[in-house]
Design a protein around this ligand. Structure first.
Ligand SMILES: [Zn+2]
Length: 408
């Protein structure tokens, strides 16, 4: 292996002790002292690696290894160092530290590249503090407005702009954060899978095909309340029994297509008495698939299912779309490079979509993007128990190293 496995592992553990909260997990929300301390440590690693460092006005931290050709586009590697509340030490941090390790190895071996290679720790990917994520990558790609900075608040009523100012950044210089797409050749992100696909296939590293699109729906059903003892079954208009049928329809529609997932995560029942037939019921549906076309077909299937169940049962309904995010595909060319690097390690190539959002999702709308997933113990993430084995981390770093050498 070319990369320094022990150095990388030590850094993951050292950064994994920054921002430890009272519950033993990590809490590093954006524009807080904990996040600043994490970036301070990352900056130190970048200095050790001999990189040229800069930080932009939204707090994105960059370390650059200049290429031989100053006019060539930059190969950008990155992820984030902010965490959710009581999170783990791999989500985000892994991608940044592996990036630094790859650049440090290149430099130590005296290898030069045509393109500059740069690693970035993006600000606030998780969206935990302001309920809106990927702030750093959106600003970098020009998809964040000054209104976004003043209209999004944390639980204390502090806006993003105010939080930025408190940490010494200038919200009015947002424009300076944006770069031109022509300056970037591609973006690469290594991340824990946060699922069980790699683990169930006994494979350390996976090649990501894209990031799934999401639709959130809210279905409201109106039936008729009644006495549980005195209303005979044929005379009922029970919206909860209707909802039960609908949830099964949603589940079955998703099962037909490999890769599609559908979840009913909220259900509220009114009035909610043991001996009362409910009058109205609300539930949500979360739909995800790489293909927007498939998601649209699924929406049609769900609405026709809801419609026929309601007419059979004398229920009225509304379906509201709460949230819509289009799926993005990773670059085929970069995916092939990643696959070659995985094969070079003697591993089986498993291609899989990402079910969670990442900075790569924003970057994919801006430049050629590739993503490498690492096996995650029991699929657990956003919790202190989040874990990736040292050997898997080393393997992921080596795969990125080979990929960068080929691309840059
Ligand atoms: Zn992440």
């Amino acid at each position: 292996m070319d990369i320094n496995e022990q150095r990388l592992w030590n850094r993951i553990n050292e950064l994994g002790r920054v921002g430890v909260d009272v519950n033993g997990g990590l809490t590093r929300l954006s524009f807080t002292d904990e996040e600043r301390a994490a970036k301070q440590l990352v900056r130190k690693y970048m200095i050790d690696a001999g990189l040229q460092i800069r930080e932009d006005e939204i707090g994105n931290l960059f370390g650059k290894l200049p290429g031989n050709n100053p006019n060539a586009k930059t190969v950008l590697i990155g992820s984030h160092v902010d965490t959710v509340l009581n999170g783990g030490m791999f989500d985000g941090a892994l991608g940044v530290l592996i990036g630094i390790e790859v650049l440090q190895t290149l430099r130590e071996k005296g290898l030069t590249t045509e393109n500059s290679v740069e690693v970035v720790a993006f600000t606030d990917e998780e969206g935990t503090r302001f309920s809106t994520g990927m702030i750093g990558s959106k600003a970098f790609t020009g998809q964040l407005t000054s209104d976004d900075l003043t209209n999004n608040f944390d639980k204390q009523g502090i806006s993003i702009a105010e939080a930025m100012t408190s940490q010494g950044y200038s919200p009015n210089k947002l424009e300076t954060v944006k770069v031109e797409p022509e300056s970037i050749k591609c973006f690469l992100e290594v991340h824990i899978e946060q699922g069980k696909i790699l683990e169930s296939n006994s494979v350390a590293v996976g090649s990501v095909t894209g990031i799934v699109g999401v639709r959130w729906l809210r279905v409201k059903l109106q039936g008729e309340a009644g006495h549980a003892g005195t209303t005979p079954m044929p005379l009922r208009r029970d919206p909860l029994a209707a909802a039960a049928e609908m949830i099964t329809v949603v589940e079955n529609l998703a099962k037909v297509q490999e890769g599609t997932v559908a979840t009913v995560g909220q259900l509220s029942v009114n009035p909610g008495g043991v001996n009362i037939i409910p009058s109205d019921v609300e539930f949500t549906i979360d739909l995800r698939d790489l293909s927007d076309e498939l998601l649209e077909q699924l929406l049609v299937g769900i609405s026709s299912g809801v419609d026929s169940i309601c007419s059979k049962r004398g229920i009225t309904y509304t379906i509201e779309e709460l949230h819509k995010l289009s799926g993005v595909s990773c670059s085929n060319e970069i995916k092939e490079e990643i696959n070659t690097s995985i094969e070079k390690q003697g591993l089986e190539v498993i291609e899989l979509p990402s079910g969670a959002g990442h900075d790569a999702m924003v970057m994919a709308t801006f430049t050629e993007t590739g993503m490498i997933f690492l096996r995650t113990k029991d699929g657990i993430s956003h919790r202190p128990e989040e874990w990736a084995d040292k050997e898997d981390v080393s393997m992921g770093a080596q795969v990125l190293y080979d990929t960068v050498l080929n691309l840059a």
